[in-house]
Ligand binder design. Structure first.
Ligand SMILES: *Cc1c(COP(=O)(O)O)cnc(C)c1O
Length: 421
């Protein structure tokens, strides 16, 4: 066999390249799958090589050409991390990725790398509970202020009213977790560009947590995101057996700042985690598409149930909905996350959850098995009452993550649990 060149690779799809890109079998005894490089440190052929690699790692001098940078130490770089990063960047259509030990490590490291004391953020709420706590409680201690606006069609106008000379970033989670509200990334990008044109000396970054829709059904950088973040624990890992995260950027300086801070804070994944995530990328598209097919069927069924007051699912948006146009611009499919409101309270939601037999009663999402949980008392229990209200997180809200089981079996399970409440 002959080695795939970069020119060849440029014509191929991520689902093809996910099986081979960035790994040369002839550097590993002909192994078809990358071995796990369980080593903390790497030998330099010459002392001068070590000196040069460290200089590049510190960002000194002219950057290395492709293939010139060498391996140093597994907190800085490791083949398993690099193979995963190269492949995940292809899925997102972006130039650079850094992998992390968790989504929270990716988010925290990225925010610390790009913000300083006195900076302000504009955050579209609701965001993931951990992100919310990080911004409210941790980053505040370091002098960072955040202004929250509700996600949705009005978010760009509300954000525009809050921009000050100290605003450093707009943080977006779209679709928002758990209510699937959409925010227009291109409109936020336009707001950032408008600020630059109006004489700002610092760029306003658009940062998007794409965990809920990506990387199969949405690509935020194509509509203007500067940084894309992931909890790789979810769709990318896809089997509820690994915790990981990713930060991606096209800009060399941005990714360098993130890489530097990852090395300082030590939030990289271990080689086996990166190997598991690389394995998962091979089946990402078939999993995500089957999950989506199941979810479309289930959402349509849920919408007809009299015991359910409202279903939040991108596939149920209609052209009269203010977020429909955003959906058309930012998504190639509705994905597999559904949330719905029962007529009732926490006791009713709990009774429903307690009767499920096929769905696992567990937090997390994007995995092969279907999961159900209660955002108000579980994933979003740390939110202030005001933020819960902004996000529509009431006590009768249930969130489902649809897996790859037979859709009839999932509907059978939902039917018997609904019948019981
Ligand atoms: C799960 C999740 C996170 C946190 O990721 P971990 O891998 O659990 O650290 C961040 N953002 C979103 C949208 C998530 O769903």
């Amino acid at each position: 066999m002959t080695k795939l060149s970069d020119t060849d690779a440029a014509h191929l799809h991520p689902e093809t390249l996910a099986l081979s890109y960035g790994f040369d079998p002839w550097l590993s005894e002909g192994a078809v799958k990358p071995p796990v490089f369980l080593t903390s440190t790497f030998a330099f052929k010459k002392a001068a090589d070590g000196k040069q690699f460290f200089a590049w790692a510190h960002g000194e001098g002219a950057p290395p050409k492709k293939g010139e940078m060498g391996l140093i130490y597994s907190r800085i770089n490791n083949p398993n991390l690099e193979i995963f990063e190269d492949r995940v960047a292809l899925w997102e259509g972006m130039r650079h990725a850094q992998s992390f030990s968790s989504g929270m490590a990716a988010i925290a490291t990225t925010l610390l790398a790009t913000h300083g004391p006195g900076d302000e953020m504009i955050v579209c709420a609701p965001v993931y509970g951990g992100t919310d706590s990080l911004i409210h409680h941790f980053l505040r201690r370091f002098g960072l202020t955040a202004h929250f606006v509700p996600a949705g069609a009005e978010a760009p106008a509300l954000a525009a009213a809050l921009v000050t000379p100290r605003t450093r970033s707009i943080f977006i989670e779209t679709p928002a977790n758990p209510n699937n509200r959409l925010t227009d990334i291109a409109a936020m990008r336009a707001l950032a560009l408008h600020q630059l044109a109006a004489g700002r000396n610092r760029e306003l970054l658009v940062i998007v947590d794409n965990t809920m829709a990506g990387p199969v059904f949405s690509h935020p950088a194509k509509v203007g995101a500067d940084i894309v973040l992931y909890s790789a624990t979810k769709f990318i890992g896809g089997h509820s057996d690994v915790v990981g995260g990713v930060a991606l950027a096209n800009d060399d300086e941005l990714i360098h700042a993130i890489a530097q801070h990852r090395a300082l804070l030590g939030g990289m994944p271990n080689p086996y985690t990166a190997w598991l995530l690389t394995r998962s990328l091979e089946t990402l598209k078939v999993r995500a598409e089957q999950q989506q097919r199941n979810a479309q069927q289930i959402a349509a069924w849920l919408a007809l149930q009299p015991k359910i007051r409202h279903v939040c699912y991108l596939g149920l948006l209609t052209p009269t909905d203010p977020e429909y146009a955003i959906y058309q611009k930012q998504h190639s499919g509705p994905g597999s996350l559904i949330s719905f409101y029962l007529h009732g309270d926490e006791a009713r939601a709990f009774a429903f959850l307690d009767h499920l037999k096929v769905f696992r009663l567990a937090v997390s999402l994007g995995s092969t098995e279907s999961l159900a949980q209660h955002p108000s008392s579980m994933t979003h229990s740390g939110l202030t009452p005001a933020d819960k209200q902004l996000g529509g997180i009431t006590d009768d809200l249930v969130r489902l993550s649809i897996g790859i089981e037979h859709p009839d079996d999932l509907i059978w399970d939902l039917t018997q649990a609904l019948d019981a409440v």
